[in-house]
Design a protein around this ligand. Structure first.
Ligand SMILES: Cc1ncc(COP(=O)(O)O)c(C=O)c1O
Length: 304
């Protein structure tokens, strides 16, 4: 969809039946430390402690009466589950949430307390997702995707509208946490269309890894830097480490669980140049999706 299409959807989005306009607060200590004025959009003050109810409510409230009558389904171990459950409760409709069996009890209880039916299936998000898609078909429920849906994206985009209304002066940059990308898609569509001068970095590696790692600079020789995806299930990370650590020395390793189907790993290995071809074959045989980041600007700026 064109950004202007999203702009209209954001302006029309229904979120305030459940969400509040959260405050945009000054962060004085962070500002002093960074030598810049930093403001924080307090989405943690929403009824389910995250922005996720905006997208979920906008999506669910836009369903037809017949769809509402049948109910909704989602797969999530976290904030999306709570957003969908609360939205459905407010609208008085059935919500079924499929969660992996590894979901912490406290999260399961929080979703159940919002009146949703819960099914605990599989030991990864992927398995829960597959089961939810089966129930979508067999029970005629509407699947509410955590990010890949125009109504969900538009709901999250209302945050950008609030920020621009709440802040009087100019803004240099907006920093957005990224999981599946729904939040940044909504904020990006609004800001890029109306305020193209604000910088939303397109550097995936900087967003996924470097913000956690600034200060990790090391003068290590012969490094090849790779960004991997490792399935989010028990034992998978250990298996991955066993495979990559055998032959070449690991000189950097950063793992981040985003609550999504895949864990993100950034790893550097020390590979002497004559062994590059052998290393390339090793990477292909390894079988994990990866992107080579050895030339990435953020890597050279912060980590080398
Ligand atoms: C607190 C919080 N921040 C950020 C995100 C990322 O949102 P998105 O998946 O839309 O990129 C999530 C996703 O679950 C979240 O719960």
């Amino acid at each position: 969809m064109a950004p202007s299409g999203y702009l209209e959807r954001i302006l029309r989005a229904r979120v305030y039946d459940v969400a509040q306009e959260s405050p945009l607060e000054d962060a004085p200590r962070l500002s002093a430390r960074l030598g810049n004025r930093v403001l924080i959009k307090r989405e943690d003050l929403q009824p389910v402690f995250s922005f996720k109810l905006r997208g979920a409510y906008n999506k669910i409230s836009s369903l037809s009466a017949a769809e509402k009558g049948r109910g909704v389904i989602a797969a999530s171990a976290g904030n999306h589950a709570q957003g969908v459950a609360l939205a459905a409760q407010r609208l008085g409709i059935r919500a079924c949430i499929v969660m992996p069996t590894t979901t912490p009890r406290i999260k399961v209880d929080a979703v159940r307390a919002l009146g949703a039916e819960i099914e605990l299936i599989g030991d990864s998000y992927d398995e829960a997702y597959a089961h939810a898609k089966t129930l979508e078909a067999s029970e005629g429920l509407t699947f509410v995707h955590p990010y890949d849906d125009p109504d969900v994206i538009a709901g999250q985009g209302t945050i950008a509208l609030e920020i621009m209304r709440q802040h009087r002066g100019s803004l240099d940059a907006i920093f957005v946490p990224v999981g599946g990308g729904g939040l940044i898609a909504g904020i990006g569509a609004y800001i890029k269309h109306l305020y193209p001068e604000i910088d939303l970095s397109m550097d995936e590696m900087a967003k996924l890894h470097v913000r956690y790692m600034v200060g990790g600079r090391a003068p290590t020789a012969n490094e090849r830097l790779l960004r991997f995806e490792v399935p989010e299930r028990p034992g998978a990370l250990m298996q991955f480490l066993t495979h990559i650590g055998g032959r070449w020395n690991i000189s950097l390793f950063h793992y981040r669980n985003h609550g999504a189907a895949f864990g993100r790993v950034l790893a550097a290995l020390q590979v002497p140049e004559p062994e590059y071809d052998e290393f390339d074959r090793f990477l292909t045989d390894l079988g994990y999706p990866f992107i080579e980041e050895t030339k990435n600007a953020a890597y050279h700026l912060f980590l080398r």
